[in-house]
Design a protein around this ligand. Structure first.
Ligand code: AFP
Length: 363
């Protein structure tokens, strides 16, 4: 039988970026080049991740990052790939990585540009050894006027000032999901061509959902509004919500956000009392902000529980923030629970959900 050959008509990411560039008559192509280089870094990381144990880069690196977390060899390698692929281009004035305490300066021999790149080179890396999806997350900011050697304070801009944000997910397929501030768009890597193809234009998060994701082992550390929300979901049809809910936890933020962008849902890593010095686990600059921009651009919402994440004024490069994001009706509900709690308004069905016993054990 003769095989029919279909010509790929969907735009490549290069075509998509050039079309976006043409919308801005004054554009010089610098911004397009920033995103292009990030794309290349992600392809390089995808290649290493895809080799799994064959790459020889598995296991821990024997070091800790700035957060005091054990670094995997792949964390260190992905960081190196991100920096080397992006520092020479002449488009960036500086970079910040999850893996390094201080901003990364552009080496003397390379020209400096006017953008700042903030990234988590390999999020969810503790999942690599068990072959679960991981990813890279990035955020692009403008370098303040007149600054050529950006210091930490130059990066401390609220998420509303991001000019682009995205992530690559290294799963059964490699995808790049991107926003330039006009919708959220997903591109799938065609491994034969070595190019990302626009397969998920205008990703849209449904306003309501019956699926939530949270690390339930932290329940005893949650604040009452989150305990209330989760308890009501778990009560299912017979409870206040009158509907059964499904729960997920991958421990890989990129995989969770990707699921939400594709089919809706809610993701929470809320404020907790586990370590009073940390108002949450996730980092504002290179996890919460880029993901919040992607989610908002897809019609969802992203909140700390007490306000929009994108409006949080950063005070340090590696600061943490509570994260509640996804389908906007559920995010609004949790915000209202925080509001009621802070205003001293008791929920109608307080006991026994707010007693000492666990939500997951019967009385
Ligand atoms: P790692 O990059 O150290 O694996 O952390 C992943 C992460 O920052 C985020 O992707 C997950 O949502 C979250 O941590 C998982 O945290 P728990 O292990 O506390 O569930």
């Amino acid at each position: 039988m003769r095989q029919t050959f279909q010509v790929e008509t969907r735009p490549t990411i290069t075509e998509f970026l050039l079309r976006e560039q043409r919308r801005v008559p004054a554009a010089t192509g610098t911004f397009t080049a920033v995103v292009n280089n990030v794309r290349l870094a992600c392809k390089r990381i995808a290649h290493v991740i895809g080799q799994g144990a064959l790459s020889g880069a598995g296991g821990t690196a024997g070091s800790q990052n700035v957060q005091g977390e054990t670094q995997m060899q792949l964390d260190v390698l992905a960081d190196e790939i991100f920096v080397r692929t992006n520092e020479w281009s002449g488009t960036l004035a500086g970079l910040v990585s999850e893996e390094r305490e201080e901003p990364i300066q552009i080496p003397e021999e390379h020209p400096r540009g006017r953008y700042l790149l903030v990234f988590d080179p390999l999020d969810g890396s503790s999942n690599v050894d068990v072959n679960v999806s991981v990813g890279s997350i990035f955020s692009v900011l403008r370098c303040p006027d007149g600054v050529t050697e950006p210091r930490a304070r130059d990066f401390l801009q609220p998420g509303t000032r991001q000019v682009a944000a995205g992530y690559a997910i290294y799963g059964p397929t490699t995808m790049l999901v991107l926003t330039l501030g006009r919708g959220t768009h997903g591109f799938t890597l065609d491994r034969n061509m070595g190019e990302f193809i626009l397969t998920h234009p205008d990703m849209t998060i449904p306003a309501s959902t019956r699926e939530f994701a949270i690390n339930a082992s932290n329940e005893r550390f949650w604040e009452p509004p989150v305990r209330r929300y989760v308890a009501e979901c778990i009560q299912g049809k017979s409870g206040t919500r009158g509907a059964d809910f499904n729960m997920r936890w991958i421990a890989s933020m990129v995989a969770e956000v990707h699921r939400i962008l594709v089919r809706g849902g809610l993701f929470m890593y809320p404020r907790d009392t586990k370590d009073p010095a940390k108002p949450g686990r996730l980092r504002l600059m290179y996890e919460a902000n880029p993901m919040s921009m992607l989610v908002e651009q897809a019609g969802g919402a992203a909140s700390t529980g007490r306000g929009r994440i994108l409006e949080v004024e950063p005070t340090s490069l590696h600061q943490r923030v509570p994260v509640i994001l996804g389908s906007r009706e559920e995010v609004a509900r949790i915000e209202s629970y925080h509001h009621d709690h802070d205003a001293g308004i008791s929920p109608p069905s307080a006991p026994p959900l707010f007693g000492e016993r666990s939500l997951f054990t019967k009385a």
